[in-house]
Design a protein around this ligand. Structure first.
Ligand code: FE
Length: 264
C-alpha cells in the first residue's frame, strides 16, 4: 500500500512500507520511497529482490517505472539496493550513491549494465536539480555505513534519513507517524546503539539537521517522525547516545570458546 507523505498536486512523496513478506520473520521490515514532480520520478532506497516486483507494480499506479530518472541509495546494504540490477534492466535510470560504494556496485550487476549509469556522490554531498526543485544529498557518513548519504526534499520538508531514526516494528505499525519519542524509544534504542558508529558522528549530524529544520524525518525502517516536537526530542536523544565503537570493550574481542556452531 502506498502512503502519501506529501501531495500538493504538483509534487508527490510516497512511502511503501509493507512490501516485504513478514510471514517467517527472517527479513527486516523496510520502507521504499517515490518522489514525482513535473513528470519526473526518483526512487529512494528501493530495496532488495524481495521488494522489486511489488514496488514495480505499486509505483506504476503513480509513475511509469520505465521512465525513472534516478535511483538514490543511502548506502550499499542489500535491503537498500540489491534490486538495482532489475531497475537497470527495466528502465534507463541512473544510480546516485556515495563514491565510497560506486565501484563496488558493479559486482552485483550483470556485466556492462552499469556503464555510465552510476553517479558517484562526493563525501560533502551535492544539490540535485529536479524540475524546479533542488534536492539536497547530505553527508551522513558512519550513520551507519562508511559512505552514507541522506536525501532532503525542500518542498515537502522531508529528510529521508536512511537508517538514522529507524525503528524495528511490523509493517502494520510503521505506517503511523510518531509525534512523541518516549513510547517509541524501545523500538529504536537497540538498533541505534549497535548500528550507529559513534556518538561523535551523531553529534555532527545533529548540528547539520538542526540548521536544516525538517518537518519530517522518515527512516528506511519503521515509522516516520513528524513535527518539530518529536524531531527535537530525537535529536536530543541521539546526540547523547553512546553507540557503536563507544560501547566496544576488549572483552568483545576474544577467541570463541564456549559455543559451537551446532548449538546456535
Ligand atoms: Fe544498512
Amino acid at each position: 500500500m502506498a502512503i502519501e507523505l506529501f501531495n500538493n498536486g504538483k509534487h508527490l512523496c510516497l512511502m511503501f512500507s509493507d512490501l516485504v513478506e513478514e510471514d517467517n520473520g527472517e527479513s527486516v521490515q523496510s520502507n521504499q520511497f517515490l518522489i514525482v514532480q513535473d513528470g519526473n520520478g526518483i526512487l529512494l532506497d528501493p530495496g532488495g529482490v524481495l521488494t522489486y516486483n511489488e514496488l514495480f507494480v505499486s509505483m506504476g499506479r503513480f509513475f511509469p517505472p520505465k521512465q525513472l530518472r534516478y535511483v538514490f541509495a543511502s548506502h550499499a546494504d542489500p535491503d537498500i539496493i540489491a534490486s538495482l540490477p532489475r531497475w537497470l534492466q527495466g528502465s534507463d535510470t541512473k544510480l546516485l550513491i556515495s563514491r565510497i560504494w560506486s565501484r563496488f556496485v558493479p559486482h552485483f550487476c550483470p556485466q556492462g549494465k552499469t556503464e555510465g549509469r552510476i553517479i558517484p556522490i562526493p563525501d560533502e554531498g551535492t544539490l540535485l536539480p529536479f524540475g524546479d526543485t533542488n534536492f539536497e544529498i547530505l553527508p551522513a557518513h558512519f550513520l551507519h555505513s562508511e559512505g552514507n548519504l541522506q536525501f532532503y526534499d525542500p518542498v515537502s520538508r522531508i529528510l529521508f534519513s536512511g537508517d538514522m531514526g529507524a525503528s524495528m516494528m511490523p509493517a502494520s505499525k510503521a505506517m503511523d507517524a510518531v509525534t512523541e519519542l518516549g513510547p517509541h524509544l524501545p523500538h529504536m534504542r537497540g538498533f541505534h546503539a549497535r548500528y550507529m558508529v559513534s556518538n561523535k558522528v551523531c553529534r555532527f549530524w545533529v548540528e547539520m539537521v538542526r540548521k536544516l529544520d525538517p518537518e519530517w524525518i522518515v527512516p528506511q525502517h519503521g515509522a516516520p517522525l513528524k513535527g518539530r516536537k518529536v524531531i527535537a526530542e530525537f535529536l536530543h536523544w541521539i546526540e547523547n547516545l553512546s553507540c557503536g565503537v563507544d560501547l566496544m570493550l576488549q572483552d568483545h574481542y576474544q577467541r570463541p570458546q564456549k559455543i559451537s556452531i551446532n548449538q546456535l
